[in-house]
Design a protein around this ligand. Sequence first.
Ligand code: ZN
Length: 122
Amino acid sequence: MGQPQVKLAQQYVRTCAQRLELGHWLLTVEDGGASEDYADVARIGTTAAHIKLYQQFWAASSDLKRLTVAHELMHLHTWTLAELVPDSHAASRSEVEERLVDTLADIIAPYLPSWRGRSWRR
Ligand SMILES: [Zn+2]
């Protein structure tokens, strides 16, 4: 995906993050190339994260793009919760976390701005 699209995606992610009370996070976005996934998110610091958007993301409908961004951003909220669960439960924790994030993303995505593939700044 070209740099202009990646830049737009980064703007979109930041706009959505502000709506989700995550405006204080430093978020970077990168085209991750080919993968079976749509996207993933990695924590870099206390309030910094890097999001990779894969080929399937760029090919997805705008609704699915919005849902994907909602999903990745919800992880930022659940990381805080996950830290409260003991490490001995780490395996089931990530499964539970993934299901929780899916549910929250389904609920929240319709309230986020739509993906348009062009600048949404006024
Ligand atoms: Zn996830």
